[in-house]
Design a protein around this ligand. Structure first.
Ligand SMILES: NC(=O)c1ccc[n+]([C@@H]2O[C@H](COP(=O)([O-])OP(=O)(O)OC[C@H]3O[C@@H](n4cnc5c(N)ncnc54)[C@H](OP(=O)(O)O)[C@@H]3O)[C@@H](O)[C@H]2O)c1
Length: 341
């Protein structure tokens, strides 16, 4: 009898806990240019939940499997595949659906990831750390000692901003909505960790001794984004990359007229689509180098098997988590050790 695999599937858009199903599918076979990958781990990111709900700019053909990032092991390759060995651990491309036990992928679209990086961490490198890296490089020519301000600083993306900034000698004002995170993020390397409230402007001025802040990173929107805009220096750039509060950004006209602030956005999907293979390779090389040295560790609240997807997506949709929610697949016979959690 041919082998089957489990995959999470949705046939219509809607609330994840209502539309997701766990289905049995035949084990796919790689075509000539493809590799068969057994999945090891895949996180639940906010964008995955948005995509299931149909509230994301990319709408896959249905039925679809969710999951925009994840890591697996190559277990079989098509006859025309060169430069990719069986046993290579790989990061999967964006639009495939990673919440499944196995998939076939064009070999050229896989990114080999060093084995020293623990699988659950490797599964989370492609979106948040790369986003943090790009936002710190592509908008403002920061110099060592410069300040950056960000909200949702305890998110996976925010923690990556802290860790990369620390390595590059940038200083960070990290804005959070929970006081209990202040000590933790300071220990992780945040120079200032402040509460997202009406005192933020004065607290920032105190923490930075009034130094100009030329880059703000906004993943929240609404009042929180407006606070950042009021704090940054004239001519500063505010990069919006998330909208966790679901509130629109409303600005007093004077912030544009008198401060000439630059509002722009960032979307990692677009960066991947437009980057040259060399640029992608270089960015991954830097990220892998950080990860090998034990940096860019995303905090994990809990890992779940695919079969517990109801509980996993329900928890991932809640705020105030202690870290990421991750699917961990029991890839058969691939000899990969996970950190205990
Ligand atoms: N544009 C891109 O290419 C790109 C790439 C990566 C990430 N993102 C976006 O970046 C954001 C963070 O992603 P992530 O994976 O790092 O997130 P995450 O680790 O899952 O953390 C979620 C963060 O959002 C905060 N949050 C949740 N609900 C909120 C609300 N109503 N108001 C204010 N803050 C709220 C949480 O704060 P608490 O812990 O206090 O709840 C936490 O800091 C998401 O919007 C994601 O879509 C965008």
């Amino acid at each position: 009898m041919s082998e089957s695999i489990k995959a999470i599937v949705y046939h219509a858009h809607g609330k994840p806990e209502e539309v997701l199903r766990l289905e049995e599918q035949p084990l796919p076979q790689p075509a000539l240019d493809e590799a068969l990958v057994r999945m090891l781990a895949a996180p639940i990111n906010p964008a995955d939940l948005n995509a299931i709900e149909g509230k994301y700019p990319i709408r896959p053909e249905l039925p679809a499997t969710p999951g925009m990032e994840g890591v697996g092991v190559v277990v079989e390759i098509g006859d025309r595949v060169r430069d990719l060995a069986i046993g290579t651990r790989v990061i999967l491309p964006h639009n495939l659906g990673t919440w499944r036990e196995a998939c076939v992928v064009p070999a050229a679209r896989l990114v080999a990831v060093p084995n020293e990086i623990e699988p659950a961490q490797a599964a989370m490198l492609k979106i948040n750390p790369l986003t943090a890296w790009r936002m710190l490089h592509d908008f403002v020519a920061l110099q060592p000692g410069d300040w950056v301000i960000q909200n949702a600083a305890n998110s996976a993306a925010g923690r990556a901003v802290i860790q990369i900034s620390r390595e590059l000698d940038y200083r960070t004002v990290n804005v959070v909505r929970r006081a209990e995170l202040i000590e933790e993020l300071r220990t992780e390397g945040g120079d200032a960790v402040l509460l997202d409230d009406d005192n933020l402007r004065a607290a920032t001025a105190g923490a930075t001794a009034g130094a100009p802040i030329r880059l703000a990173l906004n993943a929240v929107g609404g009042e929180s984004a407006l606070r950042l805009a009021k704090i940054v220096a004239p001519e500063a750039t505010i990069v919006t990359y998330g909208a966790m509060s679901l509130r629109p950004l409303t600005l007093p006209n004077g912030l544009l007229i008198f401060k000439n602030l630059h509002f722009t956005g960032f979307w990692i999907n677009k960066w991947y689509d437009q980057a040259t293979p060399a640029a992608r390779q270089e960015a991954f090389a830097r990220i892998f180098d950080f990860a090998r040295r034990g940096l860019l560790q995303s905090k994990i609240e809990r890992t779940y098997p695919l079969g517990e997807f109801h509980a996993a997506v329900a928890r991932a949709a809640e705020g105030m988590r202690a870290g990421k929610i991750i699917f961990r697949m029991e890839a058969k016979n691939v000899g990969v050790a996970f950190a205990r959690r």
